[in-house]
Structures are given as structure tokens and as C-alpha cells.
Design a protein around this ligand. Structure first.
Ligand code: PRP
Ligand code: MN
Ligand code: MG
Length: 174
């Protein structure tokens, strides 16, 4: 039986970090407009909390991508299931992820978005699992660097479950 065996990050720890990241973004983009792009579905919770802490002229959009043949590992091929509604040419774009694992999802996405000539393209992730990295991508804003555990909650799923947990937990075997 699998269950949540440990709380990795509490609601309070997450909230504090979200605020810190938001303040840094605010500083970096002072006086500028920003398009925040959440990657569905995992980043939905983080991006919702994040934008409410950024005191700038913010627009929000979402993308949904799927990596072919994904079981527990990304295959490295990314298919766009839902594209952006807006043209990003000349805009400051901040892509927001819940977690970067192999890095393959984001690296493919960055390639696609760069061809659309944004003014700036920055990456933000709440969690970073560097141990599993296959594609080297420069991430501009990282919340927590974590070990290679199976985690869920705050948007992150296990077979589509547990996204609604307000904290981030480690799944283990009982
Ligand atoms: C997860 C996570 C990231 C991606 C990270 O999404 O939310 O988007 O995998 O993995 P990578 O760095 O190895 O590419 P998933 O594809 O499970 O979709 P979801 O967000 O809908 O859960
Ligand atoms: Mn995702
Ligand atoms: Mg998932």
C-alpha cells in the first residue's frame, strides 16, 4: 500500500516561499508588464497563489502539454494540447511550473516559445529535482531544491490524485 508517509513542505513553508519568489519577480520586472504562463495541470495551484502576491501589471495564460509515452518518466517529446491564447511577441513571459524533474517538458517548451520572439522569457518552478535532470535549462526562480522522492500535493498528482492537498507530501510504501 502506498500512502503519504511524510510532510515535506507545510502550507506555511510554501506560502512563505511563494511570497519571496513573488517579491523577487516584482523587483526584477519593476515598471514592466508581465505575462505569467502556468503549465497545466500541475502548476495551477502554485501559479494562482503566486500571481496574487505579485504587485505588477500581470496577465495570465495557460498551456497544456503532454509528453508522449509518459508513465513516470518524460519521453522528451512534447505535444501542445492547449496553446497560449495570446501572441507573446515583444512581451515579458514568465513560465511557471510546479516541478522540474528531467527538465524535458520545459526545455522543449522553451524552444517553442523562443521562436515566437518574446522580449524576455524566464522560468519559475516551485520545486526542482536536479538529480533527475536530463536537459540543462537555466531556471530563473526556484522555490525549493528537493531530493528524488515521490511527492504529491499543491497541484502535483499521483495518477491524478492528491492535487488538492494544501501541503506537499512524500508518498512511500507502508
Ligand atoms: C509534471 C510536472 C511538470 C513535469 C516535470 O507534469 O507538473 O510539468 O511533469 O517533468 P519533467 O521535468 O521530467 O519534464 P505532468 O506531465 O505529470 O502533467 P500534470 O502537470 O498535468 O500532472
Ligand atoms: Mn505538469
Ligand atoms: Mg502529473
Amino acid at each position: 500500500m502506498f500512502k503519504i508517509t511524510e510532510v515535506l513542505l507545510t502550507e506555511e513553508q510554501i506560502a512563505k516561499k511563494v511570497e519571496e519568489i513573488a517579491k523577487q519577480i516584482e523587483k526584477d520586472f519593476k515598471g514592466e508588464e508581465l505575462l505569467v504562463v502556468g503549465i497545466l495541470k500541475g502548476a495551477s495551484v502554485f501559479v494562482s497563489d503566486l500571481i496574487r502576491k505579485i504587485d505588477l501589471d500581470v496577465n495570465i495564460d495557460f498551456m497544456s502539454v503532454s509528453s508522449y509515452g509518459k508513465s513516470t518518466e518524460s519521453s522528451g517529446v512534447v505535444k501542445i494540447l492547449k496553446d497560449l491564447d495570446v501572441n507573446i511577441e515583444g512581451k515579458n513571459v514568465l513560465v511557471v511550473e510546479d516541478i522540474i524533474d528531467s527538465g524535458l517538458t520545459l526545455s522543449k517548451l522553451v524552444d517553442v516559445l523562443q521562436t515566437r520572439n518574446p522580449k524576455t522569457l524566464k522560468l519559475c518552478t516551485l520545486l526542482d529535482k536536479p538529480e533527475r535532470r536530463k536537459a540543462n535549462i537555466p531556471v530563473d526562480y526556484v522555490g525549493f531544491t528537493i531530493e528524488d522522492n515521490f511527492i504529491v500535493g499543491y497541484g502535483i498528482d499521483w495518477a491524478e490524485k492528491y492535487r488538492n492537498l494544501p501541503y506537499i507530501g512524500i508518498v512511500g510504501e507502508e
